[in-house]
Design a protein around this ligand. Sequence first.
Ligand code: ADP
Ligand code: MG
Length: 226
Amino acid sequence: MIRVEDVRKRFPGTASATLDGVSFTLETGQLAAILGPSGSGKSTLLRCIVGLERLDSGSIHLGGQAGLVFQSFELFPHLTALGNCTLAQRLVAKRSREEAEARARQLLVELGLGQRLDAYPEMLSGGQRQRVAIARALAMEPAVLLYDEPTSALDPSLRREVMEALRRVGSLGMTQLVVTHDVQLARAAEHVMVLDHGHLVEQGPPAQVLDSPRHEATRRLLAQVH
Ligand code: ADP
Ligand code: MG
């Protein structure tokens, strides 16, 4: 279970707090989505969960490390798909080459990339690169996998591919939190949260939040994307 409690974060020199008392809980294996306008604090929240930003107050309990998948994938261009998924396992987790490669291969196969193990990032489609980035994060066995707008660099035809990947990762029992502007992707989640000016203004199952939004900020957001 992931527990985020009353998290506050204000950057020096900014007029107001970027995160102003954010609290939520995710059950193990749950896929949750965060929607929110640009500048609402979504990326900052993910960076706080990963430990890239210090909290001013509040607490975050993960029961392990968080893995972050970036919008632009950030793959190592000089390494193959397999190499991308073994580097941190060897350098950070200190696993043997055999163990790291076996785990990487298994995850890449799981994500439908069994034929692309030796391909370099430039040879892969956007959706395939995204899946390599997901496999690389999963290889470190995080307690939760965080995605920052995983489909926004992809054209619509590739979004389905990423959604399918999230479903597969969910079927492995991984807890996942996705920041997205993609309402279709949010609809695939089990829990949807709306962040506005550093406040979680609304959360619940997608049918409630997306079809019967209670908060003005949610309505504004849905009106924009439809
Ligand atoms: P989102 O991902 O929802 O678009 P961000 O979390 O990136 O929003 O940023 C929210 C706000 O936090 C920004 O508008 C900015 O004011 C502030 N902010 C984020 N990162 C920094 C930083 N490193 N230094 C100063 N202000 C920041
Ligand atoms: Mg952002």
